[in-house]
Design a binder for this molecule. Sequence first.
Ligand code: RBV
Length: 429
Amino acid sequence: MSTYPRISAQLDDVESAREEGRRKMEWARQHMPIMEAVREDFEANQPLAGERIAMAMHVEAKTAILVEALAAGGAEVAVTGCNPLSTHDDVSAALDDVDNITSYAKRGVDDEGYYAAIEATIDLEPTITVDDGMDLVAAIHEDYPELIDGIVGGCEETTTGVHRLRAMADDGALEYPVFAVNDTPMKRLFDNVHGTGESSLASLAMTTNLSWAGKNVVVGGYGYCGKGVAKKASGQNANVIVTEVEPRRALEAHMEGYDVMPMAEAAEVGDVFITTTGNRDIIVEEHFEHMQDGVLLANAGHFDVEIDLDALDDLAVDRYEARDGVEAYEMADGRRLNVVAEGRLVNLAAPVSLGHPVEVMDQSFGVQAVAVRELLEREHADDYEPGVHDVPDELDREIAEIKLAAEDVDFDSLTDTQRDYMGSWDHGT
Ligand code: RBV
């Protein structure tokens, strides 16, 4: 049994923290029409009645709206962070004050505290897990396998988590079904592209007070996140350079008009580096050695392994905080390489960062909520074997339709003749 304290027991002035947290949540709520509709439906129909949900996500205002909706649907929820720097303590405190919700999330925890808080959520003996990065699934399988029989399933928010889950499933080690929420169109085409693009650039600009215009911005990886970062940086008048290992993505970036080159070449000309690969060791010693004085190094991938900070530390003769959220590493020849937000998710871990814009998280969390509901529709339960599952397309469409209605956007429907035509193979010329 964990004795890890909930956030309310960790803060000095809990009352004012809660008040500020509620204010942030109220602002988010006003811009989350999908979650509003989901919450109303959950409140009325109680689809999660009696369930226990453990969550590890970035605990800030938008996530709080998802947590509240799950509790409103009848579940008891225990939540913690999925990154040591992304929690907003005030929001965490406000959540912890809601009926049926316990929050253990605290900003700035060390490794030990981070995992202790995850264990504290597992103490709830969850029937459902909701992860961003798969740390909960991993902890349950490694340390609490006896709980697996009682778990209906899980949902995973991010690309890195889905990769880890697929690796686990390929090894035959994943013992309950998990929905790849990340892979839905309503998540990936908006959150990964626009969300990562906008929020990473906004956090970097706010943290450094520097301009994009005329800068050489090196984007590591041209997946959905890299595409968003490249597009938005280009829109801010930067010269975008893309590095890739996948030939078709490299070609796509080239045809989009970006410069494509190996990191070894990009290292010499880049002013700002933003990694988005989900892999490790994207920027390493041989690159640091050739960088210009004053470069900014930032990561927008889930884990802090894309920039090799140990190697950078070994090369440095001095190291100091250049600004809040910026650590300067000084090389023997006097060059200063500036690491933003400790190489952790820059859009969530920088001191001024707010995560993705509210509108895109409304979509992502709308899909999360209906995916949780789907896990519990008992008539479907047999369909979901242990392993990674796509979220059924009709659920994703449901979320898109709510959003379009909220935006007052009308769209066409297929006629019967068109449907028939699309379904046939014998209409030639
Ligand atoms: N993300 N969450 C936020 N709550 O502000 N911002 C981004 C927030 C999620 C996003 O969906 C992405 O897949 C994941 O964080 C990476 O950890």
